[in-house]
Design a binder for this molecule. Structure first.
Ligand code: ZN
Length: 121
């Protein structure tokens, strides 16, 4: 039962963008403009956990961001191809690139959140 609860809180903390250590503090600053790049806090406001463990720690998150973008592009293509078969190549390219562009800010957050939860040490 504890194992299931741990897994649920792991997924919940990722979804809510909470600290991997205490599960209470937010990892990103809230209330920023839609057009600004998300700002990550240096430390957890609740437990003082340092999010960037060492210099260059988040370089690994770029790989996750890349994987997420590729997944979203493929998903965009599959959905567009299923809904509108026989589209011109320009629209197919747009169906791949558009989800990647629209979700780029979210990918930045998701990749870092996933990374600090996968590698919390
Ligand atoms: Zn914390």
């Amino acid at each position: 039962m504890s194992y299931v609860k741990d897994k649920l809180s792991f997924v919940s903390n990722i979804y809510k963008e909470k600290c991997p250590h205490c599960g209470e503090g937010h990892v990103f600053e809230k209330g920023l403009s839609v057009f600004k790049i998300p700002v990550m806090k240096e430390r957890c406001s609740e437990c003082d956990y340092r999010f960037e463990r060492e210099p260059g720690y988040f370089i690994g998150a770029m790989y996750l961001s890349y994987g997420l973008a590729i997944f979203q592009g493929i998903l965009g293509f599959l959905v567009c191809n299923a809904l509108f078969p026989g589209l011109a190549i320009e629209w197919i390219v747009a169906s791949v690139i558009l989800p990647m562009l629209l979700l780029s800010k979210k990918n930045f957050k998701w990749s870092r959140i996933l990374y600090i939860h996968i590698f919390p040490w």
